[in-house]
Design a protein around this ligand. Sequence first.
Ligand code: FAQ
Length: 318
Amino acid sequence: MSPQINLEEEFQAKIDAEIKIEPKDWMPDAYRKTLIRQISQHAHSEIVGMLPEGNWLTRAPSLKRKATLLAKVQDEAGHGLYLYSAVETLGVSRLQTIEDLLSGKAKYSSIFNYPTLTWADMGAIGWLVDGAAIMNQVPLCRTSYGPYARAMVRVCKEESFHQRQGYEIMMTLMNGSAEQKEMAQDAMNRWWWPAIMMFGPTDAESSNTEQSVKWKIKRHTNDELRQKFIDATVPQAEYIGLTIPDKDLKWNEDKKSYDFGAINWDEFWNVVKGNGPCNKQRLEARNNAHNNGAWVREAASAYAEKRAKRMAAKAEVA
Ligand code: FAQ
């Protein structure tokens, strides 16, 4: 048996025994590559995901709402930073990862390419988008790569606060005037299907799932998580009087879950390929932020260089 086969078998045995893989452990190149791809896309999603809600910070209806939304948006920045750090443990520089986002080479979640048109969108994003994110990320607390799994623990605690604040906004609107109810329903109509698509292509179409499940990078398939999300969310919508915009949605007593209508996969792939309603705007905003922050990076690295020289001089004296 070649030493490579031996290493791969030992690696899979560790995974099967639920032993975490750590940065200095041997891992197959394809495992490293898949993690770099998934974690960096996840990091980019958190950072680009600040933009749709950031759009409403100056127009929040009260000081309390503004403070809460601000805290949520800042949490997303924190999630991006933990995740960029996790990518670095796989041997890729943060700068390279960020450049891949800015050039449009790297993917980020389709959901953040839709516009936020009214205040009710803040409710719908918190409730549905963070709700979908939690459904996907709670199992990732048990993902096989140690740094990713540990980052997910804190991320999930924060996402669960985000989900509740979103649902509470929707509940308040649904207890309000006719216009407020209409605004909440309109947000629901626009965000439901994009939230369902967030889970990714069907299992039959998903190129990465089979191997990722074997390596326990993913603990569930895209379709399993999508179904769990729908089953958990429909009763929440009904409780506050919102209608799910799916005429084919129906409880299936045999499988004890909901059947749902056809997903528009053409729309999904169109958004993923860069042609969604806000793709260009999002990349432009990230590029502007990066360019405006150039002086900070220069100042920080100038100091680092000086410090390194001082340390080297000290070491010579000693
Ligand atoms: N958008 O073979 P699969 C959040 C791509 S964070 C764009 O199934 P995989 C927090 C996929 O990359 C939201 N592209 O791929 C927040 C692949 O292309 P590639 C992000 C998508 O990786 C809330 C191709 O399609 N969460 O919301 C999407 O096994 C509010 C084939 O797909 C995560 O990143 C999509 N929706 O499964 C922040 C969680 N779906 O790379 C601010 C971690 C698929 O081969 C405000 N990630 N693609 O060229 C995952 O769990 C997985 O990566 C999936 C995709 C499930 C997203």
